[in-house]
Design a protein around this ligand. Structure first.
Ligand SMILES: [Zn+2]
Length: 138
């Protein structure tokens, strides 16, 4: 690993290198935090524990890249968009999603939410978590 990481994010990035997505689950109400937080945003409780996430969810919005926010490293991997992903565990966040382009974006928008799955991408010396539209959703 090329980066020096704080201990509390090290486990997260080590997980990604092994294809495991870690979130934090509230020990009081059971809400899952992703990206991992050490307190619960749902009920405010101060104790959470590591939990492995499925990497399966749905895409809820589609924003195609334009020149101002286009990323050559992402484009080299494949067609992509930005959007809100909601995992099966309930947590929602902004992500990069592969499998969407100018030709199919309108058809995908008409079907939202569409199923997506985790895509582990080596980038800049570490593994990052991005997503990809399920093939049978297109
Ligand atoms: Zn909670």
């Amino acid at each position: 690993m090329a980066l020096t990481l704080e201990r509390n994010v090290l486990k997260f990035y080590q997980g990604l290198e092994q294809g495991i997505i870690y979130g934090r689950k509230c020990t009081e109400c059971g809400a899952v935090e992703f990206p991992p937080h050490y307190a619960c945003n749902e009920c405010g409780y101060h104790e959470t524990e590591w939990v492995e996430l499925s990497g399966k969810g749905v895409l809820k919005s589609v924003i195609l890249p334009v020149s101002l926010n286009a990323d050559n490293k992402l484009a080299a991997i494949g067609d992509y968009c930005f959007g809100i992903v909601q995992l099966e565990e309930g947590c929602e966040f902004n992500s990069t999603i592969f499998g969407v382009n100018a030709e199919n974006a309108d058809a995908i928008r008409a079907k939202l939410p569409v199923p997506v799955h985790a895509k582990f991408v080596p980038m800049d010396g570490y593994t990052t978590l991005l997503f990809e539209v399920d093939k049978d959703a297109l």
